[in-house]
Structures are given as C-alpha cells and as structure tokens.
Design a binder for this molecule. Structure first.
Ligand code: F6P
Length: 365
C-alpha cells in the first residue's frame, strides 16, 4: 500500500536571506493549498522558531502580493542550528542539541513534511532531520551559487544583477577620473558572483578564490591597458579571493554561528597595494548586503516558483529526502546528502573562465 499523502506541511527559510525567498514561500503555500488541499504552516525566524515553537498557519491569501518582495516574510536566522542550538549565559556561549523539541513541535501541529529553503548550512540541518525520521524536501537558495546538484540556486541571478549595475556605474566615474576602481562582491568561498558580475560588467580583472592572484600580474594588466590608451581599470574581486600562497581576509569571527567566519576586506588590501605599486589613484567599493536585498529578477522569480511548486509535488508523491535542483531546463530532484557533500566551486578551466580570458580579462594569475 502506498503511504498516505501528507495533509499538513511546513516551510522554513533559514540562513542568510536572498531575493526569491518569498516567491518560493508563495509557490509552496499556493500549491499545497490550491492543488492538494493541504494545510500549510510557516516557521518564523528559521530554525530558531522551529525550536521555540513559533509556527504560523498560512491561508491562500496570506501569500498574495509577495512574489516580487525581497527578504522573507517568515524571517530567518543564520545562527540557529537545532542540533547545536546556542545558549548565552553571561559572556559564554554553549551549544545543545534541541532538535527533539523542534520535531515535537512539528508533531503537535500534525506537520508531516517540512520544506527547508536554504544554503548548505540549512540543507545540512535538513539532512540531519531526515536521519531522525522527519520528511524533508530542500530548496537551494544562495547568492553564492555554491550548492552541488543544481546548475544554479535562486538569488544568484538577482545578486549578479545588482553587482553588474554597480560595475556599470563605477565605469563612468573610473573613466572620468582615470582611476582604478576595485569592487568587492560577496560569494564566500566561491567566485561565481564575481565571475558573473565581472563578465557582465566588463571587468578588466576578476579575482576569485579558485584562482589565487599575484599582485605583479594585476599591475601588469593595468599597465598594458594604460599603454593601450585606457586610463582607467575595473577590478571585480570576490570576498574570498586570496594571493598565491596567502590566505583569505577574515572580517569577523561570529562564535555562535555555524559558519563562524565572515569574509571581507580583500578589496581594500588590493586597492592599497595597487596604489603603492603603480601610483595610480585607486578606490574601493564594497557592495556587501546590497547584493542580498531588494526584488528578485524575473529569472529568480520563475526559478523560485518552479522550485517551490516542485517541492510540494515531491511531498505529494511522498518522495522525501530530496533537494529540488535545475539541470538545463528541467527541474531534477537530487538526494539531499549529495547536495551538501561538497561545495560547488568555479572550476579554474571552466568555460566561463575561458570566456572571460578570451575577451582579455585577467584573473591575476
Ligand atoms: O552566504 C551568503 C552570504 O551573503 C555570503 O556571500 C557572505 O559571505 C555571508 O552570507 C555574509 O553573512 P552575514 O549576513 O552573516 O554577514
């Protein structure tokens, strides 16, 4: 006998926010209620609300008008892992496994399956919940685009679009002042965002974590451009970029966060070194969280909607423990374990890197 279709589902957004989260929530809730007559609950503030029993029952109309809205109407947290839940006592932080409390909260509401929308941290939690018998389905979110088992995550296209707009704007001011403009973008340990914005914005130098740079190579590129009559240059640098034989620049250590390191500052380091080495006036712009805010692009709205509806279709088939992904034009589910096995980094010989090199872009190597 096939298992009964879940009558009640939950949806949680966890980890850093990004454009498209509301589009997924909308798709999940509308599909669940409209197509399958399920009840749908949202979990407030990621896995913090999961443990603290903060659930919100959604009606169909609760999710109307949110398709184009950035952020998440549920709230999120990138500090709360139910298996390593932080407790602050005076200045000391300790961690405890409170996953059973969260699971009991699901059971009390009759929630039979949970859609977990997030990046590698969230999907690793989903994998652990799966091991404890929870019916989970993952939806891959991150502006870093570093998840395996999908060609692209939602949020990435919107972030690339923001960063590209910034590079376009920096071009005009760089040209006017004959300056080198360094723009630092996010992306954590992966260079997808820098690569995307660098190609789309026509960056002269793109620096990514996967291809360690050498200052003299960057300066050579700037000098060649100067010699060719271009008296300005744009350098797009990923926050995780590092020099050959050197380390990434860490901005902050956040002790109670599952991923304790926050990167940032490499743009300033490079800008100072370039100014010292070449004497050319150099400025740095750090885009930071601007890349995560605002409305999702049309591409991300469509992808998020496809992911959300397919997540519920999987639940309706009792096909749990999967992450929805996109391969080519098709939505293809993958085992959640495989999605979090390793980070998807930019292969240094990938066609995107070769494309950039073909149009004269330097990677500082
Ligand atoms: O993973 C998304 C991301 O925006 C990274 O690109 C960045 O390194 C990190 O999150 C920043 O985290 P926070 O919002 O905690 O500063």
């Amino acid at each position: 006998m096939s298992p009964a279709i879940p009558k009640t589902i939950g949806v949680v957004t966890a980890g850093g926010d990004c454009p498209g989260l509301n589009a997924v929530i909308r798709a999940v809730v509308k599909t669940a209620i409209g197509q399958y007559q399920m009840d749908a609950y949202g979990v407030e503030d990621g896995f913090q609300g999961f443990v603290e029993n903060r659930f919100r029952k959604f009606s169909y109309t609760d999710v109307s008008g949110i398709l184009d809205r950035g952020g998440t109407i549920l709230g999120t947290s990138n500090r709360h892992n139910p298996f390593r839940f932080p407790r602050k006592a005076r200045d000391e932080i300790t961690f405890e496994d409170r996953s059973d409390e969260g699971i009991a909260n699901l059971e009390a509401l009759g929630i039979e399956a949970l859609v977990c929308i997030g990046g590698d941290g969230t999907l690793s939690i989903a994998r652990e919940l799966k091991e404890k018998g929870v019916n989970v389905v993952g939806v891959p979110k991150t502006i870093d685009n570093d998840l395996a088992e999908t060609d692209v995550t939602f949020g990435f296209d919107s972030a690339v679009s923001v960063a590209t707009d910034a590079v376009d704007r920096l071009h005009t001011t760089a040209q006017s002042h004959h300056r080198v403009m360094v723009v630092e973008v996010m992306g954590r340990y992966a260079g997808w965002l820098a690569l995307g914005a660098g190609i789309a914005g026509g960056g002269d130098v793109i620096l990514i974590p996967e291809i360690p740079y050498r200052l003299e190579k960057i300066c050579r590129k700037l000098w060649e451009r100067e010699k060719g009559g271009s008296r300005f240059s744009i350098i797009v640098v990923a926050e995780g970029a590092k020099p050959e034989g050197g380390e990434m620049v860490v901005k902050k250590v956040i002790k109670d966060s599952p991923d304790t390191l926050r990167l940032g500052g490499v743009g300033k380091v490079i800008a100072d070194e370039i100014e010292d080495a070449t004497g050319t006036e150099t400025r740095v712009t750090v885009l930071g969280h601007l890349q995560r805010g605002g409305s999702p692009t049309a591409f991300d709205r469509i992808l998020a909607t496809r992911f959300g509806t397919e997540a519920v279709n999987l639940i309706a088939k009792c096909d749990f423990g999967k992450m929805v992904g996109i391969r080519g034009q098709e939505i293809v589910p993958a085992e959640i374990e495989k999605a979090v096995e390793e980070q998807r980094l930019v292969p240094p010989d990938s066609s995107l890197v070769r494309t950039a090199r073909s149009v004269g872009t330097s990677f500082g190597d």
